[in-house]
Design a protein around this ligand. Sequence first.
Ligand SMILES: Cc1cc2nc3c(=O)[nH]c(=O)nc-3n(C[C@H](O)[C@H](O)[C@H](O)COP(=O)(O)O)c2cc1C
Length: 185
Amino acid sequence: MKTLGLCGSLRSGSLNAAVLRAAAELTVPPRELTVDAGLDRLPYFDAEVEETALPEVVAEFRAAVGAADGLLIVTPEYAHGTSGVLKNALEWLVGGGEVDGKPVALASASPTATGGDRARAWLAETLTVMGARLVTPDLRIPQATLKIVDGRLTDEPTRTALAALLDDLARAAAGAGEVDAGLAR
Ligand SMILES: Cc1cc2nc3c(=O)[nH]c(=O)nc-3n(C[C@H](O)[C@H](O)[C@H](O)COP(=O)(O)O)c2cc1C
């Protein structure tokens, strides 16, 4: 089970990047999790460039996504949506088709009480139209500054919920199809 973790925040002190690091800690062989927190290396999506001269960095990104058995996407919420950098990365994947049929788990961390709910809903709509198999339930982490201390996810219930999300993603990748544990995390 090879999971690729994508981070929608570029901040060095990102709460969402801390969630991805925790996911990596919780991933033990034979599972693997590779973190991609540098989506700003991708140029702005341009359909003309896509058709005429696909940048090498985009081809590599598409290949990495294509090679993954599943994606774990963590997103900040900016103005009730996901981040521009993450949306841009997804736009490059529309034409490549790498997300079509791919199991995808979503999480968001926010200092607010809503935990990034609107950003995940926004992302879910985009990923659904791209053919992703979304793992449900996804993971909301409200009041994240109380749960992530010095860049580390220390809140045990949240770590347990993150581990469960990774388990659901692995089950989906193993062919169980869309997972619905039926419980709110
Ligand atoms: C421009 C801007 C817009 C934001 N909009 C929202 C928002 O709509 N909802 C929310 O919960 N938090 C919002 N926030 C707060 C972010 O959730 C917070 O900065 C969070 O730490 C960003 O994620 P990161 O720590 O992974 O970088 C906003 C922050 C900025 C800078």
